[in-house]
Design a protein around this ligand. Structure first.
Ligand code: NAD
Ligand code: MG
Length: 378
């Protein structure tokens, strides 16, 4: 029986994770749940799954959640420190990190130090502090399994293979809502939030529309798999059926296919290396008929170039990129900047950035705050 600590339980990945728990009550139970502000759903989830601990981030929702759950013998917490310490305070052995943004970094670090297994949807911590996270994983002998569908695909492709024989990793990208456009001017948040294939939270949906999601995933892949940055390629695949590919030294390629449903990679991370039963629609290749692939338009969407450069420059460049992107997406969603202003803010931030080569966790937290307050408060 795996006891799960699910952080971000009310979001898209969190809900899908709970659906897997529901399907396999003999394999999984919930030790802790955490959410941002959706107190009604959090209470409902807690009453169904009966965790020992529940955390609500929004201070004005704490009393409501406490009143609903305390008589059920469930401890209710709030506050940033309490969220960060949730893994070590909980009896659960596996963290499913499904919150958005680099606020998940402190939670990951706490979980690793407490020896918990990590199933990671929240890619931003690996982007901003990949080297530190890897070091901690090695020091504490902790396993980290990706939930991101592309990285799960790669994990599945390299099973039984010698890592030294991997020549290239090819990440697929849907191309987002604006694939094929000639211009990105005048785009509204509502248009950008309309993803063709995946139903996801707002931040990653905007990242998909700018292609920055793929830029972040390139950096994520670099920290997860034994390849140099120049051996990670991106191909646009609008149907989102091939989730990524690995090419070996002899030119042979392996791909992983499936419907665009995050329950597959979530369950694989939870049960790795097993493929358990999963009740959902099956992929019907004949019904899909055609799978297509094309080059990304790097002129109109500079995200891949920006991410590659940040990774190659190293130090805190990827952390600055991630922080600027988080702030820029927030501003765009509030209607305060143009869609193309997202690229501009990120490029300006990186141009003015002074990198720290051997950064500490504190450096990353400080950088996040500094860039956020510079961009969002100004
Ligand atoms: P979402 O917006 O649907 O859900 C986010 C969750 O985080 C919610 O439960 C929310 O309550 C919680 N949260 C927000 N602010 C919080 C705070 N301050 N403190 C505590 N909790 C807070 O997002 P999502 O689409 O589920 O994505 C989650 C992560 O997974 C992201 O990092 C995303 O990049 C990654 N991811 C998502 C998908 C997907 O299909 N949705 C695919 C791959 C990777
Ligand atoms: Mg992905």
């Amino acid at each position: 029986m795996q006891h799960l600590i699910i952080v971000g339980s009310t979001g898209s990945i969190g809900n899908s994770t709970l659906d897997i728990v529901r399907q396999h009550p003999d394999r999984f139970c919930v030790a802790a749940l955490a959410a941002g502000s959706n107190s009604d759903l959090l209470i409902k989830q807690a009453l169904e799954f009966r965790p020992q601990l529940v955390h609500i981030a929004a201070p004005d929702r704490y009393q409501q959640v406490r009143d609903a759950l305390v008589s059920e013998g469930i401890e209710v917490l709030s506050g940033q420190e309490e969220l960060q310490q949730l893994p070590s305070r909980s009896k659960g052995g596996t963290l499913v990190n499904a919150i958005v943004g680099n606020r998940g970094l402190a939670v990951v670090v706490n979980a690793i130090e407490a020896g918990k297994r990590i199933c990671l949807a929240n890619k931003e911590p690996l982007v901003s502090a990949g080297r530190l996270v890897r070091k901690l994983l090695e020091r504490h002998q902790v396993q980290l399994l990706p939930i991101d569908s592309e990285h799960s695909a790669i994990l599945q492709c390299i099973q039984g293979e010698d890592p030294r024989q991997i020549r290239r990793i090819i990440l697929t990208a849907s191309g987002g809502t604006f694939r094929g456009r000639r211009s990105l001017s005048g785009i509204t948040p509502a248009e950008a939030l309309n993803h063709p294939n995946w139903s996801m939270g707002n931040k990653i949906t905007i990242d998909s529309a700018t292609l920055m999601n793929k830029g972040l995933e390139l950096i994520e892949a670099y920290w997860l798999y034994p390849v140099t940055a120049d051996r990670i390629d991106i191909v646009i695949h609008p149907q989102s059926i091939v989730h990524s590919l690995v090419e070996f030294n002899d030119g042979s390629m392996k791909a992983q296919l499936g419907l665009p449903d995050m329950r597959i990679p979530i369950q694989y991370a939870l049960t790795f290396p097993e493929h358990l039963d999963l009740k959902m629609d099956r992929l019907d290749l004949a019904a899909i008929g055609t799978l297509t692939f094309e080059e990304p338009d790097e002129q109109l969407f500079p995200s891949l170039r920006i991410a590659r450069e940040a990774l190659q420059r190293g130090g805190t460049y990827p952390a600055a990129l991630n922080a600027a992107n988080e702030a820029a997406v927030e501003l765009f969603l509030k209607g305060q900047i143009e869609f193309t202003g997202i690229f501009q803010l990120i490029e300006e931030t990186l141009a003015n950035h002074t990198s720290i080569e051997n950064y500490t966790l504190e450096d990353i937290f400080a950088l996040d705050e500094e860039i956020h307050s510079q961009l969002v408060a100004s």
